[in-house]
Design a protein around this ligand. Structure first.
Ligand SMILES: Nc1nc2c(ncn2[C@@H]2O[C@H](COP(=O)(O)OP(=O)(O)OP(=O)(O)O)[C@@H](O)[C@H]2O)c(=O)[nH]1
Ligand SMILES: [Mg+2]
Length: 282
């Protein structure tokens, strides 16, 4: 797949916004996509967040393989992180967020209490595009304060949202990708998750790559979702074509409508219809 070019100007601005806000926040809530917890971690985040305490949330966990989510949660915890798997749509893991925040902020809370001060905890919500930052904020505050949509790059500016009932002040931030992926497979996985605009991608190539990744560990999901038989000798494009034919995505002359088949495969993966699939492996 060709290099995925991702508005360098926009990303540089988003990073600058995060840096500028850091002095005014107490902690960071870092969102990783549970379907790719390694690939969706921006390599710049650790240095960008400096020494602020970080709560890591694995989002959209109802779409991910639960065994893999448990594995990655424990692996990240072993490396000394506070980690919670959540799903805002399925309402999973949300109750643990406040506990996670309070435990990270226990010293500040105790200090404030000793001085008789009541201040909100100021938390910045950060992560790659489309990972669910704005949706998390809306879920925590119980109303649609932040714009959230099913496409990457919706949030363009930092915005602060107060949740007095929980003693929180949340900062929504624009999603950050990095300009060049050292491992091109990382770029492919993020594109499969919907974190890169489809308009700048070759969706046929991408959906064949997705089929290749899914086949490695979740071949039966493709078989049962699309009602196809997969032979060992099939190329990923062969599988793609079988799916297209089975769904009747044909043009005149019996040729596969590749754009339509590619779009449907990507959409169904993103919506979790092919199964609970995690793209990253150790
Ligand atoms: N199934 C599921 N979908 C989610 C979850 N969280 C967010 N989404 C969906 O993911 C899409 C992106 O959500 P946003 O909250 O806009 O993501 P964002 O990180 O703010 O994106 P940008 O502002 O573009 O960086 C929306 O269609 C949400 O409905 C979740 O926990 N589960
Ligand atoms: Mg947003």
């Amino acid at each position: 797949m060709a290099d995925i070019v991702w508005y360098p100007g926009h990303m540089a601005k988003a990073k600058r916004l995060i840096k500028e806000s850091l002095p005014n926040i107490d902690m960071v809530i870092e969102l990783l996509d549970a379907r790719a917890p390694l690939s969706s971690k921006n390599p710049d985040f650790n240095s960008l967040f400096g020494n602020k305490p970080v709560l890591t949330l694995l989002t959209k966990s109802s779409l991910a393989d639960p065994v893999a989510t448990k594995y990655f949660t424990e692996r990240l915890k072993r490396s000394g992180r506070e980690v919670i798997a959540i799903d805002c749509k399925a309402g999973q893991g949300l109750k643990n967020i406040q506990t996670g925040i309070n435990s990270l902020m226990s010293e500040k809370l105790a200090r404030d209490a000793a001085r008789g001060i009541k201040r909100p905890i100021r938390a910045m919500v950060a992560g790659i595009t489309n990972v669910g930052k704005s949706t998390l904020i809306n879920t925590i505050c119980g109303s649609k304060k932040a714009a959230a949509e099913d496409r990457p790059g919706v949030t363009r500016h930092n915005s602060r949202i107060s949740v007095p009932s929980l003693g929180l002040e949340l900062t929504d931030t624009p999603g950050i990708l990095w300009h060049k992926f050292d491992d091109e497979l990382v770029g492919v996985k993020l594109a499969c998750l919907g974190s890169i605009r489809d308009e700048i991608l070759d969706t046929l190539d991408l959906s064949c790559r997705l089929i290749g990744i899914i086949r490695e560990h979740y071949s039966e999901c493709l078989v049962s979702r699309f009602g196809i038989v997969i032979e060992e000798t099939d190329s990923d494009y062969d599988v793609f074509e079988k799916i297209g034919r089975r769904r009747g995505f044909l043009r005149s002359g019996g040729v596969i409508d590749e754009d339509r088949a590619a779009g449907v495969i990507l959409d169904e993966f993103r919506a979790g219809k092919i199964g609970r699939i995690t793209l990253d492996r150790e």
